[in-house]
Design a protein around this ligand. Structure first.
Ligand code: NSS
Length: 429
């Protein structure tokens, strides 16, 4: 007999099937054993009756602990009292591996759960997060494909910094020094001169010394760059992508969202246009709210959270002061103190999800900004070359996959959006 998945068995609703998976819960008496079996599709209660199975099988069932792997054959019947509405009446059962006593029980500390992460990733909550993440990534691929962007594969080992030296991970590279990539942007900028519209999904690395619910030292970065794209088109593209992701997940992950307590209707509401304000306007709103912040200071978590009390959709904040932003951002032709950049901030206090800008194309300006930021011009020679061989106006953005996923799944921390989170104090398991 061929194995069917638990979801297929429930869908069928009757007849004899053979399932395989892991013991999710178990409860035994002298005559009966209830085994809740799980596979990657669902869970189902299985009832094993001592009288209906061979004595050696019953002896095995008596010793069965959760997370043991097994196969069960039996008849599917409707059972409203069972967790998923159906029950399997076992006729045959085979233990593939008897599990040791599972170390994770109720009410354990976050640190303990992170130590046992290799086991905790099978939990029901996290399993649903992985499923939603897979759909989110599928939505992004589909989005860029429809927009005729090419997916490209930039390097991870790099010789210069993109987002400033303070958060670079250094690496011994034979007799030289190299760094782990913080962003593929500079390489995507190079690729647009062959493919015009490109995107990439890569791990990005940030030696962030802060322990927050928003920062990982290794995260998945979705970035896009396009030739001829101006600032206005950039904002539209970001708005469309975020909306596409939300619509896609709302439609395809109803069951998973329910487990995590997110109503798909919250996501269905996320449609263009998003509210837009400039940095100057953000400062004004904050001052009205009696938050003291001087013009020229970056918006921190508390300021972002305060701003978002006024909005229930992602907020686009544009034109930050030049002196606090990266060297590659284009100066606003109407005001030399600000740049044509944009951050997208998620609602409900989930913080920044996108960083982006139109790119500076003026060679002298770029060199000046690099100098001001204490960078060596020689390290950026190849990048500056791009401004000398058919330079065109262009723009791009970077979206933090785990940040968006955290918002969508309503999770406490970005650490639960990646199977094996890397943070200041943790690189195992
Ligand atoms: O630093 S960013 O704001 N922008 C860039 O890296 C640009 N070079 C991207 C580009 O234009 N191609 O990072 C982009 C996003 C940011 O909005 C967050 O959503 C996410 O990357 N991000 C992070 N996620 C998790 N952990 C950390 N530490 C982190 N840092 C940024």
């Amino acid at each position: 007999m061929k194995y069917v998945s638990i979801a297929e068995a429930i869908e069928k609703g009757k007849g004899t099937v053979e399932l395989r998976g892991w013991c999710y819960r178990e409860r035994k008496s002298n005559k009966y054993a209830f085994i809740v079996l799980r596979d990657n599709t669902d869970i189902i209660q299985c009832i094993v009756e001592k009288e209906n199975v061979l004595p050696e099988v019953w002896a095995q069932v008596e010793n069965l602990l959760i997370e043991s792997s097994l196969t069960i054959k039996g008849e599917i019947v409707k059972e409203p009292r069972a967790p998923t509405g159906y029950e399997l009446k076992a006729k045959e059962l085979k233990i593939i591996q008897f599990a040791d006593r599972f170390p994770i029980t109720k009410d354990q500390s976050t640190e303990f759960l992170l130590d046992k992460r290799h086991l905790w990733i099978r939990s029901r909550e996290l399993t649903n997060v992985w499923k939603i993440k897979a759909q989110l990534l599928k939505a992004c691929r589909e989005f860029f494909d429809k927009k005729k962007y090419y997916e490209v594969t930039p390097p991870i080992i790099t010789g210069s910094s993109c987002e400033g030296g303070s958060t670079l991970f250094e690496l011994k590279y034979f007799d030289d020094k190299a760094y782990l990539s913080q962003s593929a942007q500079l390489y995507l900028e190079a690729m647009i001169f062959s493919l015009e519209k490109v995107w990439a999904l890569t791990p990005s690395f940030r030696a962030e010394p802060s322990k927050t619910t928003r920062h990982l030292t290794e995260y998945w970065h979705l970035e896009a760059e396009a030739a001829w794209m101006n600032f206005e088109d950039l904002l539209k593209l970001e708005e469309e992508l975020v909306s596409y992701i939300c619509q896609y997940v709302a439609k395809n992950c109803k069951k998973e969202l329910a487990v995590l307590g997110r109503d798909p209707k919250d996501l269905e509401k996320i449609k263009p246009p998003f509210p837009r304000i400039t940095y100057d306007e953000a400062i004004k709103i904050l001052k009205q709210d009696e938050i003291s912040i001087d013009w020229g200071k970056d918006l921190r978590t508390i300021e972002e959270d305060q701003l978002m009390k006024h909005y229930d959709k992602p907020l686009i904040v544009t034109k930050y002061p030049k002196k606090i932003k990266a060297f590659y951002m284009k100066e606003d032709p109407e005001n030399k103190d600000v740049v044509l950049c944009c951050d997208v901030i998620a609602p409900e206090g989930y913080g920044e999800i996108i960083g982006s800008s139109e790119r500076e194309t003026d060679l002298e300006n770029l060199k000046q900004r690099l100098k001001e930021q204490g960078e060596k011009i020689e390290d950026y020679e190849w990048y500056l070359d791009l401004r000398c061989f058919g330079s065109v106006p262009h723009s791009g953005f970077g979206l933090g996959v785990e940040r968006v996923l955290r918002w969508i799944c309503k999770l406490e921390t970005v650490r639960d959006c990646i199977p094996f989170p890397r943070t200041i104090k943790r690189m195992t398991p």
